[in-house]
Design a protein around this ligand. Sequence first.
Ligand code: HBI
Ligand code: FE
Length: 290
Amino acid sequence: MDFSAKNRYANSPRNPDYTIDQMWDTYSDAEHDRWNRLCQRQAEVLPGRADDVFLNGLEALDIVGTGIPDMEKLSDKLEAITGWRIVPVVDLVPDDIFFEHLANRRFPAGAFIRPEQEFDYIQEPDIFHDIYGHVPMLTNPIFAEFVEAYGKGGMRALELGQLPNLARLYWYTVEFGLINSPDGQRIYGAGILSSPMESVFCLEDTSPHKIQLDVQRLMSTNYIIDDFQKTYFVIDSFEQLLEDCYADFGKLYEDTKDVKPIEPHEILPSDDLLQHGSLTYFTNRQKEAV
Ligand code: HBI
Ligand code: FE
């Protein structure tokens, strides 16, 4: 095994379901320390910004400052709460494999930790994003059911050739979702929760649009994978999210199949707009790029 490679599992023997052996004993002290520092940095921004489900989940699972988690041991804790387990993978797995895992309450988590040079930002899903960002939310029974339903819906979407629509749902909820609380908006999306800059940006910056969730609208909206989001969709409760998504998407897919995708910066007259973004951050970025 090449420990100096960016992803030291790249050549690991892979099971048919793409899972690998985490080989927890082989993480270096530097890697455990990097995990702890990544947790520490989020601890400075998340109180008052992350949803309580996430903060309570972090505490219940005891993964902060305790080094890189052993997925087997962490799974035993999580399974006792909602029946979910975490399975180690190299990196992105094929869509059908990903959905099959989720449909069976197994969350695939990248086993490698980002290299020190990419401490601030990494595009690939590493163990910090996958475990710190995603797993605490899976301690909530309603959210846990939603992600399972997403896996089942994914298998169905593949059959119907409607993957892009469903991928948008995952993106704008599980990865970049916001939720209303009595004290203001809170973060529940893992892509934000594992990023110190976006955790502040999505709540405090006036640039992005915030739109009350409408599943059909969301499923027509393209997304950006390598910068902050131009639009965030806000839900009222996880119950509502689950309910919206238990609908038969067949008709929704039919209705959205041939419509032109909405671009991330666009707003529509029919939107329930919570913040009309100035998009200043994005226009400034464009100027820099010229
Ligand atoms: N694999 N490991 C991993 N993590 C993901 O988030 C992931 C994946 N494969 C496919 C995928 N996501 C998405 O394309 C689907 O949600 C649509
Ligand atoms: Fe993710």
